[in-house]
Design a protein. Structure first.
Lengths: 114, 113
């Protein structure tokens, strides 16, 4: 079945350093879409990024990710971490059809320290 | 104002008791979902619905029932609560499933003692 792997459960970074959160996926469907949802403490999770076409970069609020179907990856990146980026980040996968459901990874807790 | 609301926001239940978690959305969305969040497991789909009076099993439906009496309301029912059901539960809605964004509620923290 469809699955998403986020290898890091916890990432701790110093403010100003680059962010990279890993996401790889498995699916037999060629029309897969990938997402990054962010969950700040005491708030509701919300959509940060949605994948575009293969090898095309998508950006939002300083974060960016590129879908690479050749390596089944959709890593989340940011050039410079801010304290306010501390949150739980979920990578999720769906098929591009009305029947496709979201499959979430285990999540990566990002902590940015001064 | 919040488009997906959940009640209660927290609850303590006893083992073997019945628990009902409620979700209400004003997004006019057809799809609604119930997830549970556990550290190390992420968000896992319990039940979902795409039309009133119909529900579908998600990835971890055992021990849970769902009810969708109207487009706006979606409930999660634990008939016999167990310790293993201690978790945070999130409701979400979307226009359609697949590529459409899901809008989440604030979550319900359930503790079963």
């Amino acid at each position: 079945g469809d699955s998403v792997t986020q290898t890091e459960g916890l990432v701790t970074l110093t403010e100003g350093l680059p962010v990279m959160l890993n996401c790889t996926y498995q699916t037999i469907y060629s029309n897969a879409f990938l997402f990054w949802y962010v969950h700040y403490l005491n708030e509701s999770p919300w959509l940060l990024l949605r994948s575009s076409t293969d090898n095309k970069r998508t950006e939002h609020q300083g974060f960016h990710a590129t879908l690479h179907k050749s390596s089944s990856s959709f890593h989340l990146q940011k050039s410079s971490a801010q304290l306010s980026d501390s949150a739980l980040y979920y990578c999720a996968l769906t098929r591009g059809s009305a029947l496709g459901r979201l499959h979430f990874g285990a999540g990566t807790q990002l902590i940015v320290i001064p | 104002e919040a488009a997906v609301t959940q009640s209660p926001r927290s609850k303590v239940a006893v083992t073997g008791g019945k628990v009902t978690l409620s979700c209400h959305q004003t997004n006019n969305h057809d799809y609604m979902y119930w997830y549970r969040q556990d550290t190390g497991h992420g968000l896992r789909l319990i039940h979902y619905s795409y039309v009133a009076d119909s529900t579908e099993k998600g990835d971890i439906p055992d021990g849970y029932k769902a009810s969708r009496p109207s487009q706006e309301n979606f409930s999660l029912i634990l008939e016999l609560a167990s310790l293993s059901q201690t978790a945070v539960y999130f409701c979400a809605s979307s226009e359609e499933t697949g590529v459409h964004e899901q809008y989440f509620g604030p979550g319900t923290r359930l503790t079963v003692l």
